[in-house]
Design a binder for this molecule. Structure first.
Ligand code: PLP
Length: 377
């Protein structure tokens, strides 16, 4: 038996994990020219390995862009392009319903760098009156983080481009079920920590663009910052991507079923979930997305925090925790009014955030029903 031949012929189903800080070069010339390899080749583990490039290519394809950069978290996927693109004196417009830590970064770090950050309404169909000659980036997030408002992304992008601003979206919710570049978005940032990884056990993010020059600007800046991901985690996300579409579709169906049931429940005042026909943003959702997911925000008739704490503390199948996108059902409580600058939020202080996992649906509904019964006592 030729043992060497057997090794060469080995094939596996999934990606190979290439672990490296050091990358080897065949000779001195190749080593001295290694900087030319930043965008496409391999020069140092931090700047990419074959496993990471495979993930980036797959993410770019899913987003409908041409180039993607993997970053250590969904939050990093938002903050790094902003740092790369904005300079002192620039103006940034951010939608009011953006993910809390992205807002905090903009208000703190960007402001400290001399960038003026201004918020616009979460349900905007136009930002014309807010655009300026120095507006550098317009940040949208549709649906909004907890409160699920949808902006008219297409109209906003067209307006932003009239002053040369770039449009950046937190596309974590819509990853794989929308084509934001066709709507005029320039930069798609996604938390791969959610449905892409699918297991709730890692953090990763991606920045995707449809323009090679913009990719090179971002990649060079991110390389200078020293941000990168490990091949082991890139492998886990690649493995998750193989089943993502089926998982998301199933979890979206479950969210619709539970959302309709909650909508009709006497303990519930409103369900915020644009894929639901009763949601005020349903028509916009149908314009921009092909599919929903397992997330629901729920306003209860009970306004006080103590009964709400008792409600979620008593759950047997929903576990208390942040994030979403795994096969586990999660619940949390949030206060939307605390992260608002221009929108008022008067619909109830606390919002219940539910992520529907893949546990038997009757157990999850039973858990919720028992929780609502506890509210009555
Ligand atoms: C909409 C949205 N964007 C970004 C993030 C951040 O992702 P990560 O946890 O990977 O930093 C989250 C996390 O919950 C999110 O919900």
């Amino acid at each position: 038996m030729n043992r060497k031949r057997i090794l060469v012929d080995f094939r596996q189903l999934n990606a190979a994990v290439h672990r490296a800080s050091t990358v080897l070069f065949p000779d001195a010339d190749a080593f001295l020219n290694r900087q030319s390899l930043l965008y496409d080749g391999f020069s140092y583990g931090l700047y990419g390995t074959p496993t990471i490039r495979q993930l980036e290519d797959q993410v770019a394809e899913i987003e409908g862009g041409v180039r993607s950069i993997a970053l250590p978290s969904g939050l990093a996927a938002m903050t790094h392009p902003l740092l790369a693109l904005c300079r002192s004196g620039d103006h940034v417009l951010m939608v009011d319903c953006a993910y809390g830590p992205t807002r905090a970064f903009a208000k703190d770090a960007l402001s400290r760098l001399g960038v003026e950050v201004e918020f616009f309404a979460s349900d905007s169909v136009s930002i014309k009156d807010k655009l300026r000659a120095n507006t550098r980036v317009v940040i949208v997030e549709s649906p909004g983080y907890y409160t699920m408002e949808l902006q008219d992304i297409e109209a906003i992008a067209a307006e932003a481009h009239t002053v040369g601003a770039l449009v950046m979206i937190d596309n974590s919710w819509g990853f794989g079920s929308t084509d934001m570049f066709a709507l005029g978005v320039d930069i798609c940032c996604t938390a791969l920590s959610k449905y892409a990884s699918g297991a709730g056990d890692l953090c990763m993010g991606s920045v995707t663009v449809a323009d090679e020059e913009l990719f090179r600007t971002l990649k060079a800046f991110i390389a200078n910052l020293g941000a990168g991901v490990s091949s082991d985690e890139a492998y886990l996300v690649l493995r998750g991507l193989g089943t993502m579409q089926v998982r998301v579709r199933e979890q979206a169906e479950r969210a619709l079923e539970v959302g309709r049931w909650l909508d009709a429940h006497p303990a519930v005042s409103r369900v915020l979930c644009p894929p639901l026909e009763s949601d005020g943003y349903h028509e916009r959702y149908r314009r921009f997305f092909r599919c929903g997911n397992g997330l629901l925000s729920v306003l209860l008739r009970e306004p006080a925090i103590e009964p709400l704490k008792g409600l979620i503390d008593g759950f047997s199948h929903f576990r208390i925790g942040a994030s979403w996108g795994s096969s586990h059902s999660l619940v949390s409580i949030t206060e939307p009014a605390k992260s608002r600058d221009v929108d008022s939020w008067e619909d109830g202080v606390f919002l219940l955030r539910i992520h529907l996992g893949l546990e038997p649906l009757e157990l999850l509904k039973g858990d919720l029903e028992a929780g609502f019964d506890r509210l009555k006592t």
